[in-house]
Design a protein around this ligand. Structure first.
Ligand code: AMP
Ligand code: MG
Length: 415
């Protein structure tokens, strides 16, 4: 028997915990430069500077009801007042309420000078020239005071705030047509594997559809990134090097999948070692153990994720997404965590942080985590059902059904 020839020695790997690797990834880039963006287009962006209100809100004393502007002290049930004017919303006149009279007024219209309350139409006969009072109100009733909500000059949103629908409304209401937000990170995705064919193309024996590229592109877009390219190449080191250089020139971050492990054709590993400053990492986690991280020759950050679809999904969540959120300028780059109750027993390997796909059931009021998809990192069938990752610490080896666990909430929130 002849000894098999020794292959080239595998390059050394840095061993890290998930948190150590996440910190190393976050250190790759800071918030991108600020740019001025129209309020109509800022949803999902993070503010680059504090925003102050340009106006008082309400800008003037405003009626909260359809009814009659009155002096509360003059009201007696059954009394009849002359209706001397009519003020709809949008009326820009400065109206005065004479003593002993009423002014008909609509919700959102400016309260006339001299009036201190609005008597709702429901408490009157609804008259237009004279009005009979069926009830009374006290001073201040149904008047929204100038500035009671926001004062001109108040800081209404802070640098680092992510802008959801509520913030967009506030910006518009406080007089802003555009604001300074951080640029969106431009992300390029490179899938690698000679077995990959485009979705929709017929499969020959040994081939699979390229799914990580679309999956990562969707995840990056949901994180607020601008996906500039999704490219697939075979397991050819020169093709990978050429693609990396091309994508780096067009993107702020390059994310690759596949080819980063210890196999003979793991060409991302070899390409990165040839052309960048990257570290091969063995992360004490499951799934997602083999990773590489660093910068390409032109300084563009690169994150190389493993190729198994579940590994690439989970790796994106815990490493790539926080970096993208940081580049986007978000103050808080992490997903929300919550405590959920397990429906089944769980076994977990010692010394590896496990992230298990789960579906949260909220029907009882407290979240219950039902694991979906099984432990294999190739199991795509149930991935679409997962809306949380149950986070099992490195030193925990088993958890009983009914135990509380920490879960990472994967649902997107508006801000
Ligand atoms: P690798 O990390 O390249 O060893 O790939 C691990 C497993 O993930 C293999 O079964 C690959 O076929 C599969 N895989 C790698 N890249 C992709 C991809 N882009 N889409 C779907 N499956 C992939
Ligand atoms: Mg591969």
């Amino acid at each position: 028997m002849v000894d098999a020839p020794a292959g080239p020695a595998l390059p050394a790997r840095t061993v890290r915990s998930l948190d150590e690797h996440a910190a190393a990834v976050l250190a790759l880039a800071g918030p991108l430069p600020a740019q001025t963006v129209a309020v109509a287009a800022v949803r999902g962006r993070a503010l680059a500077s504090d925003v102050r209100s340009a106006v008082d809100l309400p800008p003037w004393d405003s009626s909260a009801m359809d009814g009659y502007a009155v002096r509360a002290g003059e009201l007696r049930p059954g009394a009849v007042l002359d209706v001397v004017d009519d003020v709809p919303a949008g009326d820009t006149r400065t109206v005065r309420l004479p003593p002993g009279a009423a002014v008909r007024i609509m919700t959102g219209a400016p309260v006339p000078a001299g009036a201190d309350a609005v008597l709702p139409v429901e408490l009157t006969d609804g008259g237009t020239s004279r009005v009979r009072l069926d009830g009374v109100v006290t001073a201040g009733a149904h008047v929204r005071r100038r500035g009671e909500d926001v004062r001109a000059g108040d800081v209404v949103l802070r640098a680092g705030d992510l802008l959801g629908a509520g913030a967009v409304g506030l910006l518009a209401a406080t007089g802003h047509a555009s604001v300074e937000v951080h640029a969106r990170p431009r992300v390029a995705v490179l899938s690698t594997g000679t077995e990959l064919v485009a979705p929709g193309d017929p499969l020959r024996h040994g081939q699979i559809h390229e799914s990580n590229g679309p999956q990562l592109a969707a995840a990056a877009a949901a994180a607020g990134a601008d996906v500039v390219a999704v490219v697939a190449v075979g397991d050819d080191v020169d093709a990978v090097r050429a693609a990396l250089a091309d994508l780096a020139a067009r993107a702020d971050v390059v994310v690759t999948t596949g080819g980063v492990s210890v196999g003979a054709y793991d060409v991302v590993r070899d390409a990165l070692l040839a052309d960048g400053t990257t570290q091969l990492v063995h992360v004490r986690m499951q799934p997602g153990k083999p990773q590489a991280v660093g910068v390409l020759a032109d300084g563009t950050p690169v994150l190389a994720l493993p190729g198994n679809p579940v590994s690439s999904f989970v790796s994106f969540e815990v490493f790539v997404r926080p970096l993208l959120r940081r580049m986007l300028g978000a103050r808080d780059v992490h997903r929300r965590r919550l405590t959920a109750v397990l429906t089944t027993d769980v076994r977990s390997p010692a010394g590896r942080r496990q992230l298990l796909r789960a579906r949260l059931d909220w029907s009882t009021g407290t979240p219950v985590a039902e694991l979906v998809g099984g432990p294999g990192s190739h199991l795509l069938g149930a991935l679409a059902r997962a809306d949380a990752l149950v986070d099992v610490a490195e030193d925990v080896t088993q958890l009983a059904a009914g135990s509380p666990v920490t879960a990472i909430d994967l649902r997107e929130h508006d801000a």
